[in-house]
Design a protein around this ligand. Structure first.
Ligand SMILES: C[S@@+](CC[C@H](N)C(=O)[O-])C[C@H]1O[C@@H](n2cnc3c(N)ncnc32)[C@H](O)[C@@H]1O
Length: 360
């Protein structure tokens, strides 16, 4: 599902062409500024000292700071970059245009009624080349290093919205723990078929099942309070906002006290959001892609509320919520150097923990 470059960037196949289509965006910095910078930095040793790879290597993210002296087009990616004013203005204009041309009520109902069908089609149409080498997983989520050690003992991982197994398989490939079991669930039957058909699929260590995180049932073979680590990578964005509470409370039910959630998803202002054209807007920050799959772009505050259990609408049962160990905004500027294009990406990343039960 992800090519190496896309993987690090978290860009799905549905966004392929983003770079190409960005051409019309004219995000390049003002000409005089760009000329100044490249004049100063055409052989800039400070930039060279940074010894960046030309590719996007996640292990180096967090260290590529763009300063005023840097030539933005010197490297392919920069970290922690705030969007510039031109992009902010462009984004606001785009949001207004999107709101003016929403998805029809008829289509909204259709798309919200059986969203798993769209994902089935997605996995049917993208059968080959699912990329399975997420080297950054252990680095971003240290608990995954802990539970895969040879002496970690019996551990259960539940990956939710596992897709083709792009996270589950690398975890198992890296694991030295003979007592690790990964449950990889997705509500798309086709995704589960893809996982089960892989050579690496070994039932001694992995169980792939169809399960909807918003349902009342628990996944096959799992009981309440049985899971050590729940992984949710680019799945929450596929839910409708009125499903968040049910999904988070199911994760809470399944985790052991002290169990952890590893979370990564789209952030508001990501270029993938800004670029949506007319007829894709379902609700604020919520869109439908060309292939019929839905995508939401999160604010940090919103995720804080979801995961701590503080929902505004408390009409239905609240759920106890999680402790937030970490919640951050991952902003990156990806650069197409040949075409002098700047692409602002924005993802949210979090680690949450189910509270230990108070001792009696
Ligand atoms: C953007 S893909 C991400 C797949 C995978 N986590 C990855 O990072 O490659 C979103 C996945 O979430 C699944 N999904 C969406 N809503 C779901 C739900 N309610 N329950 C279970 N899976 C769901 C979709 O079928 C799809 O496979």
């Amino acid at each position: 599902m992800w090519s190496p470059l896309e993987l690090a960037a978290g860009v799905s196949l549905g966004e392929q062409g983003l770079v190409e289509q960005t051409a019309a965006l004219q995000l390049a910095q003002p000409k005089d500024q760009a000329q100044n910078q490249s004049a100063i930095h055409s052989d800039d040793s400070s930039a060279q000292q940074k010894q960046f790879n030309s590719g996007v290597d996640h292990s180096q993210f967090g260290s590529r700071y763009l300063t005023e002296e840097d030539d933005v087009f010197q490297h392919n990616a920069w970290d922690h970059v705030e969007t510039d004013d031109a992009f902010k203005r462009f984004a606001e204009e785009q949001y207004e245009m999107q709101r003016q041309s929403p998805v029809s009520e008829f289509d909204k109902n259709r798309l919200n009624t059986n969203p798993a069908r769209m994902w089935d089609l997605f996995y049917k149409n993208n059968t080959a080349n699912f990329f399975k080498n997420r080297k950054w997983l252990q680095q971003e989520f240290p608990v995954l290093g802990d539970i895969t050690r040879d002496d970690a003992g019996p551990k259960i991982v539940l990956e939710i919205g596992a897709g083709a197994g792009n996270t589950a398989f690398p975890i198992l490939a890296h694991s030295k723990n003979p007592q690790l079991k990964v449950h990889a669930c997705d509500y798309s039957k086709k995704a589960v078929e893809v996982m089960r058909s892989q050579d690496e699929y070994n039932e001694a260590f992995m169980q792939a099942d169809v399960w909807d995180v918003t349902s009342d049932e628990l996944p096959p073979g799992l009981q309440e309070g049985s899971v050590d680590v729940a992984i949710l990578i680019f799945i929450f964005s596929a839910l409708a906002p009125n499903q968040w509470k049910k999904a988070a409370s199911n994760v809470h039910r399944l985790l052991k006290p002290g169990g952890q959630v590893c979370f990564r998803d789209y952030g508001r202002g990501d270029l993938a959001q800004v670029r949506f054209k007319k007829g894709r807007y379902m609700a604020e920050n919520f869109y439908v892609r060309g292939d019929g799959t839905r995508v939401y772009f999160f604010e940090k505050d919103e995720l804080e509320c979801i995961w701590t259990g503080k929902f505004e609408d408390e009409a239905d049962e609240p759920y106890p919520g999680f402790e937030i160990d970490f919640l951050g905004v991952d902003r990156r500027l990806l650069v197409n150097r040949a075409r002098k294009l700047k692409m602002y990406r924005c993802w949210m990343q979090g680690r949450f923990r189910k509270r230990e039960e108070p001792s009696q």
